[in-house]
Design a protein around this ligand. Structure first.
Ligand SMILES: CC(C)(COP(=O)(O)OP(=O)(O)OC[C@H]1O[C@@H](n2cnc3c(N)ncnc32)[C@H](O)[C@@H]1OP(=O)(O)O)[C@@H](O)C(=O)NCCC(=O)NCCS
Length: 243
């Protein structure tokens, strides 16, 4: 975001603030402000929200007041996971898009792909039927990830009682353990509603297969998707194991 990167020379903090940041990130540097300037320059994404700028990268977030350019804090990314609310439904289309696996070197499809009926069924009128259960991850009041289930005749459906999962994080927030936190919370929500299994479909070469296996999903079937590529159907027993 230009407002912040164009004004890096204005960044400052108090001695106390610098000490707090040093402790929070375990920094060895004497010049915390210089460290923050470099961090902002290399940030994956900078978001202006409320009174602050938030610069994210390498699992950390630096918060800067938009008016005074005071560095408020610098800490590890620590998204909170909570049940999905009706006000979150509007962002499902973005998270459905983010859930599409795009292999290295392949061009991303247009965002309108989520209107394809085979995909749209994952989000259309979400919240209106049994099996519509969701959680989101929120960082600095912004939803950065979502995981939700539906009982729908879609790619990963195994029967009419088992909710099928869809999940994604915004790209800048992947790989920091937030997806794991979301799914553990979602499993709790599903158990509380009496579901005993949840299923999903994933392309065989998607690294998310490892993520699902760690969370207790097992491959139940292999079948071609609409494009003739190989998909795994994976199923998790919600009453087995600890997760
Ligand atoms: C899959 C996803 C929701 C996991 O959330 P996360 O917060 O990144 O996951 P965690 O940090 O808790 O766990 C890390 C694991 O996620 C998976 N992962 C990490 N980055 C990924 C990426 N860009 N794409 C797919 N999976 C990824 C890997 O299995 C990784 O484990 P590994 O380091 O052993 O390879 C998230 O990475 C994502 O949105 N990926 C792209 C969308 C997607 O593939 N959704 C699933 C469609 S079936």
């Amino acid at each position: 975001m230009q407002g912040l990167t164009a004004n890096l020379d204005k960044l400052h903090t108090t001695d106390l603030g610098a000490e707090r940041i040093r402790r929070s990130l375990n920094l060895q540097t004497d010049d915390v402000v210089l460290w923050c300037k470099e961090f902002v320059k290399q940030a994956d994404i900078i978001i202006g929200q409320g009174r602050n700028w938030y610069a994210y990268g390498r699992g950390m977030v630096v918060t800067v007041n938009q008016k005074s350019f005071t560095i408020i804090s610098a800490q590890p990314i620590n998204a909170k996971v909570r049940p999905m609310m009706a006000s979150d439904y509007a962002c499902l289309s973005e998270f459905l898009y983010q859930a599409i696996y795009i292999p290295e070197g392949v061009q991303a499809p247009p965002r309108s792909v989520v209107n394809d009926p085979m995909l749209n069924v994952y989000i259309k009128d979400f919240g209106s039927q049994a099996g519509d259960v969701g959680v989101v991850a929120e960082q600095d009041r912004q939803v950065v990830g979502a995981a939700w289930t539906r009982i729908i005749p879609a790619y990963g459906s195994i029967d009419s009682e088992t909710p099928e999962l869809a999940v994604s994080m915004l790209p800048e927030f992947r790989g920091y353990g937030i997806g794991t936190k979301m799914l553990k919370k979602l499993f709790e929500e599903l158990r509380a509603k009496g579901y005993s299994r949840t299923s999903l479909s994933v392309q065989k070469e998607n690294p998310a297969v490892r993520f699902y296996e760690r969370l207790g999903y097992e491959i139940s079937e292999e079948k071609p998707d609409h494009a003739g590529e190989g998909d795994f159907i994976m199923v998790k027993d919600l009453n087995g194991g600890e997760l």
